[in-house]
Design a protein around this ligand. Structure first.
Ligand SMILES: NC(=O)c1ccc[n+]([C@@H]2O[C@H](COP(=O)([O-])OP(=O)(O)OC[C@H]3O[C@@H](n4cnc5c(N)ncnc54)[C@H](OP(=O)(O)O)[C@@H]3O)[C@@H](O)[C@H]2O)c1
Length: 278
């Protein structure tokens, strides 16, 4: 079905998540507040932050300053690596609520799997299940989980994550993970969906963009939507925030064939917490 700015995906617990959200990594201070307020006043209804980003307070101020009421905003935050564990997750969650000026979040994610001590991640998931049961998180999920790690989590719990937020863009088309998540009714969410604007001069992307009178980032975002993947492009620039919302247009089979086969495969986010073989 054709999507529009108001379109939502239904998570495995019935909660509706807007397909478009504003990313906020590296958005700081008043710039962050303003970007959040501006986005919410210009059609966005979903903001992605994390304890790790150090900007939950600014996101809180931003949504409060906007014209939207709390129930019109979908707020996601994430448990920081250092806060994993049963008690520390719950304690950190309280701090997130205060910073975000709210008494619930719409989606709480485990930011990274703890590879060295997966038990900490399991304890974190138990804490999130309880916060969800209390209605303090409307939905709970994970981020940066590979299929084997998801299998490990699912072997211990009956509660299936509502979302897996991973790096996903034309140069990291994680088809197997997407199919796996679809199969398990886990909504895939794309971070770095425009690959941090590193490919704006790619000739194949430019050709598709020109054909639709769109920009390369708009084509990259529309491609994710065509795969039913949630997108959270980050921008603190008013023009680009608006540009990244004008993405609800049709791509045809020929476009999709090109866009599904761009390369070389490139992963932008890696590091100490990265799962093996991802
Ligand atoms: N779960 C995780 O581990 C994880 C990891 C990474 C990211 N994330 C989340 O996903 C969000 C998005 O990912 P990201 O920030 O890595 O990358 P991104 O959204 O792909 O790209 C953001 C970069 O592109 C620029 N930009 C935005 N729109 C543009 C446009 N239309 N034309 C040209 N440049 C544009 C932004 O600069 P300006 O601000 O100056 O426009 C920024 O430098 C993050 O902000 C964060 O919320 C999660």
């Amino acid at each position: 079905m054709k999507k529009n700015l108001l379109s939502t995906a239904t998570l495995n617990n019935g909660v509706e998540i807007p397909y478009l959200g504003l990313g906020t990594w590296l958005a700081r201070g008043q710039t962050c507040e303003h970007a959040v307020e501006y986005a919410l006043n210009h059609g966005y209804a979903h903001i992605d932050t994390a304890q790790e980003y150090g900007n939950e307070q600014q996101v809180g101020k931003g949504w409060k300053a906007s014209a939207k009421t709390r129930d019109e905003v979908f707020l996601t935050t994430k448990v920081r690596n250092a806060n994993q564990g049963y008690e520390s997750t719950k304690k950190s969650f309280e701090k997130s609520l205060t910073a975000l000026q709210t008494d619930y979040v719409d989606l709480m994610l485990i930011h990274w799997p703890n590879i060295k001590s997966f038990n900490r991640t399991l304890e974190t998931w138990q804490a999130l299940i309880e916060l969800n049961e209390k209605g303090l998180c409307r939905s709970i999920g994970v981020s940066n989980f590979t299929i084997p790690l998801m299998e490990k989590l699912l072997s211990e719990f009956d509660v299936v994550p509502a979302v897996n937020q991973v790096e996903f863009h034309n140069f990291l088309y994680q088809k197997e993970l997407l199919n796996y998540c679809r199969d398990k009714e886990i909504q895939l969410e794309a971070y770095s969906p425009i690959a941090r604007a590193k490919y704006t001069d790619n000739p194949q992307l430019q050709r598709v963009a020109k054909k639709h009178h769109k920009t390369v980032p708009q084509v990259m975002l529309a491609w994710c939507l065509h795969h039913d993947v949630i997108v959270i492009p980050k921008s603190v620039n008013e023009g680009r925030i608006k540009e990244n919302a004008a993405i609800f247009f049709e791509l045809d089979d020929e476009d999709m064939k090109v866009l599904n086969n761009l390369g070389p495969k490139t992963r932008l986010v890696d590091g100490a917490w990265a799962p093996p073989n991802w």
